[in-house]
Design a binder for this molecule. Structure first.
Ligand code: ADP
Ligand code: MG
Length: 693
């Protein structure tokens, strides 16, 4: 099929709606979406029927409310359109009621105690702002998932709430500039990194199979030291995979745009064209799912975990983020007139203040056991939040704050509302790649999210903290007599109070850690350190004031995320013990036995066996240490289970289980380097990394 026809062929998008819906119904639906109004049942019935007709035409038999529970992935339960017909046989039916609301028995989804006190059942409610689509012959209706009294049990509801409040408060600011803007939305383009390995190799690695990450593995003979994989020629098998992946994504209306090899062997990236944040969140979930599905068809396994391999780059998900008006004007575009510039600088000031005030929340939004192995490692930004603006832009803001002339190549006096900004270099070539939150010309790139994580959380936080700042700015500026002076005062204050968050240097250097500490920036190194702050008074108040989370909802998130951290660490520890005791140690002993036999035979034949004896003794010593490490990890894990899965357990995992895992790994990796390859019970790093030819 030609690509233009293929694109969006599985989406009930605007174009399809115009084709399949009566004009007045289409108009009514658009009106309700624009004004956030509920649809009446008659209209919903017509829409549901049209959706069904369109889907059945494509061979669809079932529908599902597709939602994003607090597991961070997606959930679906399929219902067929089939209804018994009066005179026998069946009809294919789909009602407005079924479209608008579902009642899944969702008692096994994590609710963080939310549902224990209320109704056990939850309900799903249609989110008409994200289009319905067909996946695997199922009509999927994007929905929000709530408890019966309206408490959110998902990742989408808070995101939609945060979009609302961001829109409301940002419009107040834009109104001061005389703008006729009707809507402001965050736009997001997530770059998705991933690894591909051959499934035959993947299946032989229990650690990869059960946890998505290698828990053992000595440094490979060749890693990424030559930088020959990054942007290198793509292998034919991967080319075929990427082609099919693109086509599947295009069918789903996902604008997959860029693909290339990443730094580590076997690592790749896909970037879509940015879109409205809630659609971007849905589409990123679909992208991850499709990546895995298509890989399976090609005999490969797609790894989305943050750090599948030690010694090599991990996989992240750069959240490119900007704010756009309904007229398509990007609020982070400097613009050409003095008014545009003033507005732009105010937008930047809002980001600076928001990011500095809520460093903790941004860090928490990417807190995840497996992302801990990535943040702070060589390729990823450290756990410290800072912001890159570039020297010129920082200079301009600082000059305004100091009330002095800004001088670059040409001297210029920056006075808000009077002058056009000097053109500042925002050359992509000299971009700072080490910053966790970098201004890249007309958008910010938040680089801390892990590859497997939903981007709902980070964007809910970004929307909310920006909304708060816009609210404060609007409150102040609405009272101000002179807009330009009011803005200048805000910029001055923001730079004084929050300028410390700006750092244009190398975030990977050790010096930065000291410098950040001197500046008083937070350094929440692990998931547990971060999650402890989620329900701090400041955060409870912020989310409550902005109407994004109630305190109960926020506490439920904290409980679920801590529990998940504990369970993930414990699963890894259990897997490690299993591999060590059932595979690695027995294999090593077999090797030792053969070496000893060799020694015995040599001696029997009157030949010196010093080498064999030395080797056998070395193995003996290694196994002894390994057995001790196994015992340590076992007892650390038993203690973890005694604590239950709350903070106490989390801290124990961080302080005792993970160090015991590290010890066991170190000794087993040494054994791997000592034991002959043919004895080793699983494919090694080189086998896995170069498994896709
Ligand atoms: P790089 O790897 O150099 O950062 P990519 O082209 O891989 O660049 O990815 C850039 C991402 O940023 C794409 O997903 C793109 O759609 C997105 N993007 C570009 N402009 C904006 C914008 N104004 N708002 C949000 N995302 C944007
Ligand atoms: Mg990037």
């Amino acid at each position: 099929m030609v690509i233009t026809k293929l694109y969006g062929s599985m989406v009930f998008d605007d174009k399809t709606m115009q084709e399949w819906l009566p004009k007045e119904i289409y108009r009514e639906m658009k009106r309700c979406i624009a004004n956030d109004l509920p649809l009446d049942l008659d209209t919903a019935n017509v829409i549901a029927n049209a959706m069904k007709e369109w889907a059945v035409d494509k061979g669809v038999t079932h529908f599902t409310h597709w939602f994003q529970p607090l597991t961070g992935i997606t959930a679906e339960k399929h219902d067929s359109f089939i209804t018994p017909a009066k005179g026998g046989g069946v009809l294919m039916e789909f009602s407005g009621k079924e479209l608008i609301k579902g009642e899944p028995d969702a008692s096994s989804f994590p609710s963080g105690g939310l549902r224990a006190t209320f109704e056990a059942r939850g309900y799903t409610a249609w989110d008409p702002t994200s289009p319905a689509f067909i996946k695997d012959g199922i009509l999927c209706i994007p929905t929000a998932f709530c408890s019966y009294n309206g408490e959110s049990l998902d990742k989408k509801t808070p995101l939609l709430r945060s979009m609302e409040v961001l829109n409301r408060e940002c419009l107040r600011v834009l109104k001061l500039f005389g703008r006729k803007t009707e809507r402001v939305s965050a736009m997001v383009g997530p770059e998705q990194e991933y690894f591909l390995v051959d499934t035959s190799v993947f299946e032989k690695r229990k650690d990869l199979f059960f946890t998505g990450r290698t828990l053992y593995g000595a440094r490979p003979t060749k890693g990424q030291e030559l930088n020959d994989h990054y942007f290198g020629a793509i292998k034919p098998r991967v080319v075929a995979y990427m082609k099919e992946l693109d086509e599947e994504l295009w069918k789903l209306g996902i604008l997959a745009k860029t693909k290339h090899n990443e730094v580590a062997p076997g690592q790749h990236e896909l970037a879509p064209i940015y879109t409205t944040v809630n659609v971007a969140v849905d589409q990123n979930q679909l992208t991850m799912e499709t990546m895995k599905k298509v890989a399976a068809k090609h005999g490969m396994t797609c790894l989305l975990t943050e750090k599948p391999f030690e010694y090599l780059n991990g996989s992240g998900k750069h959240n490119n983020w900007s704010l756009s008006t309904n007229f398509g004007h990007n609020l982070f575009n400097p613009g050409k007139s003095p008014e545009d510039n003033a507005q732009f600088l105010l937008m930047l000031a809002a980001v600076i203040a928001a990011v500095d005030k809520h460093q903790d929340l941004l860090r928490i939004s990417v807190a995840h056991a497996s992302n801990d192995h990535r943040l702070g490692a060589n390729e990823a930004p450290p756990a410290i939040i800072s912001m890159y603006l570039g020297d010129e832009l920082t200079g301009i803001l600082q000059a305004i704050a100091d009330g002095r002339t800004y001088s670059t190549r040409a001297k210029c006096d920056v006075k808000i509302g009077v002058h056009v900004l000097p053109t500042f270099a925002m050359d992509s070539a000299d971009r700072n790649r080490t910053s966790p939150f970098a201004f890249t010309g007309n958008k910010f790139e938040f680089r801390m999210p892990g590859a497997s994580q939903t981007i709902a959380d980070v964007n809910t936080v970004l929307n909310t903290i920006m909304a708060e700042e816009f609210k404060l700015f609007a409150d102040e500026l609405e009272k101000s007599k002179d807009l330009s002076e009011g803005i200048a005062a805000i910029i001055k204050r923001v730079m004084q109070e929050h300028g410390k968050i700006i750092f244009n240097g190398n975030n990977y250097s050790k010096d930065w850690e000291h410098e950040a500490e001197r500046r008083g920036l937070l350094n929440l190194k692990t998931t547990i350190d971060a999650l402890e702050h989620l329900c701090d008074e400041k955060n409870v108040k912020l989310f409550k004031d902005m109407g994004v989370f109630t305190e109960t909802e926020l506490r439920s998130r904290q409980e679920i995320d801590v529990e998940r951290y504990c369970k993930e660490v414990c699963l890894e520890a259990t897997t490690m013990l299993d591999i060590a005791t059932k595979d690695i140690i027995p294999a090593t002993l077999t090797y030792k036995k053969d070496v000893a036999t060799c020694a015995y035979n040599s001696i029997s034949a009157g030949i010196s066996a010093d080498v064999e004896i030395e080797l056998a003794n070395k193995i003996e010593a290694l196994v002894k240490t390994a057995l001790r490490s196994v015992d340590n990890l076992k007892s650390a894990l038993e203690d973890a289970h005694k604590f239950g899965f709350g903070f106490e357990c989390g801290k124990h995992c961080k302080n005792a289980v993970i160090p015991a895992m590290d010890d066991l790994r170190a000794i087993c990796d040494e054994m791997e380097l000592t034991v002959a390859k043919s004895y080793w019970p699983m494919p090694n790093y080189s086998d896995v990394l170069f498994s896709v030819h």
